[in-house]
Design a protein around this ligand. Sequence first.
Ligand SMILES: Nc1ncnc2c1ncn2[C@@H]1O[C@H](COP(=O)(O)OP(=O)(O)O)[C@@H](O)[C@H]1O
Ligand SMILES: [Mg+2]
Length: 325
Amino acid sequence: MGRGDVTEESNPNAAAASPRNPIIQVEGIRKLYGGIAAVDGITFSVQPGETYGLLGPNGAGKTTTMRMLSGLAPVDSGTISVAGIDVVKDSRAVREVMGVVTQHDGLDGGLTVFQNLILYGFLAGLSRKHAKNRTHEVLEFFGLRDRSKSNVYELSGGMKRRLAIARSMMISPRVIVMDEPSTGLDPQSRNRVWEELAVLKEAGVTVLLSTHYMEEATVLCDRLSILDNGKILDEGTPDQMIERHAPKEVAQLRVLPASLRIVREYLTQREITFREVGALVSVTGLNGDRPDLSGLNDVDGVRTSYRAGNLEDVFLAITGRELRD
Ligand SMILES: Nc1ncnc2c1ncn2[C@@H]1O[C@H](COP(=O)(O)OP(=O)(O)O)[C@@H](O)[C@H]1O
Ligand SMILES: [Mg+2]
């Protein structure tokens, strides 16, 4: 069975594929913890087949949002509809159409890869035969067949995350919700997870993911929201967000410690905005134009390069803070 065959061929809810018919619709949801709003009235919708991101730092409210969407945490107010199901009223029904990948994988370490998948299938209500067939399909689809007899505790972090994603596909979901799919993974495993997500997208699955990595949001998301303190600050495609909020170009100065004072003085005197991240000084010109750094050309220990504005700059522009911790 090929990778493209993982979703059902016939779509019983074909009407949902119309662009005016979002498959996820979230309106004004709120969640309080001890009187403090973890999620403070957020609204967004996702079209069928879209990959939609919630980009925000730790504590922004991403996990809380995802838990409410998957029916795991009740909302204090607001409405959520997923594939026509009212999640607030019927939190169980949503799990039949939605795969969930939590930040902590929740795999059973004492079981094999195969057992984890088939058990999940049973618990989700598949018949013995269907669960078994589906397990074989999913193992094939995610290239996990040769690991099927491995115990979960033997797997690397990247492999576990792939298994968690594979497991969410057991029910052939139309929507998958993934909380920080690549957090804590090394770059190679992260790339592998990104590849899996691209394949899911190709198969027509709608993906809602949260992340605090701007690269991940840029690479994967068709559209995204910037989330901070439980509120959505802006929404759009990555390109739109960059166009709206980021400078076209940012100069990056690699500065040796001995030259740092000269660089700071030069920039401060000319009122050029800059920020320092370790030995890297990022400089943004006025109105996003290229700043005049010609006076630094002859300073020893300064190497200048330019990069395009990115979602990190967007977050900084909107919130005044770095996305990174
Ligand atoms: N079960 C909980 N009890 C109390 N406070 C919580 C709980 N879950 C989350 N919070 C708080 O809500 C805010 C948002 O948390 P969370 O949704 O986990 O953010 P994120 O996933 O973006 O890091 C944080 O301030 C967090 O401390
Ligand atoms: Mg979280």
